[in-house]
Write a protein that binds this ligand. Structure first.
Ligand code: C5P
Length: 211
């Protein structure tokens, strides 16, 4: 049985949490596609000594392995910025396409979260969600997460990082971040995680019964 749940939205809106909860509830496999871009961005920064070079990033994306996704340090703000830069390169996105499509079509169901899952990777997904939240709430959430690992983190720096990435991700020519027309919109600004998960699970249950 194939069944795809596509979850998109900006950083720190709660899409990862919703995706993990839905996957656990239904026994589906889960792919955080942001990790692919983070892994490419991190390696490209290292190879380019702090500078992203398109050819190098593309080569890295073409040779990316599952081990690259479990490396330490992929969750930092610096790597997030690098991810957003390599994600704007069409050749990098093209190199990562087949892996994501194959993951989505695996037997037993799959949940993918990212920026272009419902629009580009899996326009045929049975369920599409767009998880969002206000800029303020997202900055505060990411600040709390990052501060737990790095106490000197500043809220203002986190706010700027999210803003820069939102603008870059939404305005790039290829696969820009946007809500698919047929997605259910989940604004988690004033919704608890439990309530957001419950809404997502209810929608998946409804579609699952029909499939
Ligand atoms: O979701 P996360 O914050 O880990 O994503 C890091 C970056 O990877 C995003 O800012 C975005 O530029 C890029 N990305 C993307 N398409 C996806 C997932 C992530 O362009 N499907």
């Amino acid at each position: 049985m194939q069944f795809i749940v596509a979850i998109d939205g900006p950083a720190a809106a709660g899409k990862g949490t919703v995706a993990r909860a839905v996957a656990a509830e239904f026994g589906f496999a889960h792919l955080d596609t942001g990790l692919l871009y983070r892994a490419v961005g991190a390696k490209a920064m290292m190879r380019g000594r702090g500078v992203i070079v398109a050819e190098i990033a593309t080569e890295i994306a073409q040779g990316l392995t599952e081990d690259d996704l479990t490396r330490e340090g992929l969750r930092t703000a610096r790597v997030a910025q690098a991810a957003s830069k390599v994600a704007a390169l069409p050749a990098v996105r093209a190199a990562l396409l087949d892996f994501q499509k194959a993951f989505a079509k695996r037997e037993g169901g799959a949940v993918l979260d990212g920026r272009d899952i419902g629009t580009v990777i899996c326009p045929e997904a049975e369920v599409k969600l767009y998880v969002t939240a206000s800029d303020e709430v997202r900055a505060e959430r990411r600040y709390q997460e990052l501060k737990a690992k790095k106490p000197e983190t500043k809220l203002e720096t986190v706010r700027i990082d999210l803003q820069q990435r939102d603008i870059r991700d939404a305005s790039r020519d290829v696969a820009p971040m946007r809500a698919p027309d047929d997605a259910l919109l989940l604004d988690t600004s004033e919704l608890s995680i439990d309530a957001a998960v419950a809404e997502a699970v209810a929608l998946v249950t409804k579609r699952f019964e029909k499939a």
